[in-house]
Ligand binder design. Structure first.
Ligand code: NAI
Length: 404
């Protein structure tokens, strides 16, 4: 398919940088929709799309993907890919791309702001002045300097926060399930319990895994220092809210800031159901850790760039559900992308058929994962029609695409 014919559907108000980048590379048919779609509206929109870009609200479930016809790639213009049935997409030969780094800094900055707000009681004092009192006091207000920040999950966001917090004069300790290089003066804690017992502020930056489900529950909260602060801008399921509520009301914890919740409202005019609403030492934000103008602009470029590389060259580097191949395209060749079930004999079957038809392969690369294999083959332009017809016959084939 010619790139002028390729239909790109961008949902949920994806930053205009993305559409601009597609057009820069000759993909003219870009349709931008401001809201998330569901049900029949989503299905109808997907039926006319070759590529779809979504953020976190559009649900590309197994059932939805089972009905797509032409879809070649999915771009999640956000960090998480939980809203997509990535295994189903893989089984259909559709790579899913996301933007794991574009909003790292935004989350780290929000956490830093929350640390200072909680240590100084800013949200409560602000509210009181607005509503007509003057709570001028140093009681319960602290500097961040010298306090121990315990970072749980020392990945992209955790390390970025580590550097910024040290700039404020905090002492950083961290816990990760993998050995991680400490940045600056940060030090690894012995384990989670050690971190919890030493930190003045605990901040979570772990992914959504079964092992992180309720990783901070009653037992862990009890191990935290009296008056310590908890920040969760990772995923809502990491903290047992009932236990946190108890720890706050019993004044064991000094406060908390939550940006993520086990059940988050689906629409902006919906209220959050959470027992912590109304507590003055609790900051509740609507999952906006990564929501800055800069992050959205970066995400627009990062994901659109990955999609363009895939559409142009078959490059799957950065895909979350696909073998990752980057291969420079040879001059005067056509490229054939072949997604197949990971079973023995596929490569030899392809090359045997090509040899039988005297097809000259100019470059080739194959990587397999547990369930699928991804094969890229460049052939002379004159051989390309025959090569395409032959490769489609190979047993185990899921999907074939030719790039000019
Ligand atoms: P990352 O993958 O770079 O880092 C996660 C780290 O957690 C890794 O080093 C991993 O080894 C570690 N980890 C995994 N399981 C652990 C466990 N049980 N205990 C301790 N460490 C564990 O991810 P990144 O980019 O730093 O993001 C972290 C999380 O932040 C994301 O998974 C996402 O859930 C959340 N996030 C929230 C946003 C928001 O708007 N509030 C925006 C962006 C990300």
């Amino acid at each position: 398919m010619d790139r002028q014919e390729m239909r790109i559907l961008l949902l949920e108000g994806i930053h205009e940088n993305a559409a601009a980048l597609f057009k820069q590379y000759g993909f003219e048919q870009v349709e931008s929709v401001t809201q998330a779609l569901e049900g029949e509206d989503l299905q109808a929109a997907l039926a006319r799309a070759d590529v779809v870009g979504i953020r976190s609200r559009t649900q590309l479930s197994q059932a939805v993907l089972a009905q797509v016809k032409h879809l070649q790639a999915i771009g999640c213009f956000c960090i998480g890919t939980n809203q997509v049935a990535v295994d189903k997409a893989q089984a259909l030969g559709i790579p899913v791309f996301n933007a794991p780094y574009s909003n790292t800094r935004s989350v780290a900055e929000l956490v830093l702001a929350e640390i200072i707000c909680l240590l100084r009681g800013l949200t409560d004092k602000n509210h009181k002045v607005h509503t007509g009192t003057w709570p001028k006091t140093a009681l319960g207000a602290y500097e961040a300097r010298g306090k121990v920040l315990g970072i749980v999950g020392y990945g992209n966001i955790g390390t970025q926060l580590s550097v910024l917090a040290e700039g404020l004069g905090m002492r950083v300790i961290y816990h990760d399930v993998l050995p991680k290089l400490p940045l600056g003066n940060a030090e690894p804690a012995r384990d989670l319990d050690d971190l919890l017992s030493r930190a003045d502020v605990v901040s979570l930056h772990v992914p959504q895994l079964s092992s992180t489900y309720n990783m901070i529950a009653q037992a862990q909260l009890q191990k935290m220092k009296q008056g310590a602060l908890l920040i969760n801008a990772a995923r809502g399921h990491c903290v047992d809210i009932e236990a946190l509520d108890k720890a706050l009301r019993e004044k064991h914890l000094g406060g908390c800031a939550l940006d993520v919740f086990p059940d988050e409202p689906k629409r902006n005019d919906e209220a959050l159901e959470c027992s912590l609403r109304g507590l003055d030492n609790v900051i509740l934000t609507p999952h906006i850790g990564g929501s800055t103008v800069e992050a959205q602009a970066n995400i627009g470029i990062e994901v659109a760039d990955k999609l363009v590389r895939f559409l142009q060259n078959g490059t799957t580097t950065g895909a979350v559900n696909f073998p990752e191949i980057t291969m420079t395209k040879q001059q005067d060749t056509h490229r054939i992308l072949h997604v197949h079930h990971n079973q023995p004999g596929v490569l030899s079957a392809v090359n045997t058929l090509f040899a039988q038809h005297a097809i000259n392969i100019t470059a080739q690369s194959l990587i397999t994962q547990e369930n699928i294999g991804y094969l890229i083959t460049d052939v002379a332009v004159s051989d390309s029609d025959v090569a395409l017809a032959q490769i489609e016959r190979v047993e185990g084939t899921i999907r074939v695409r030719r790039l000019y």
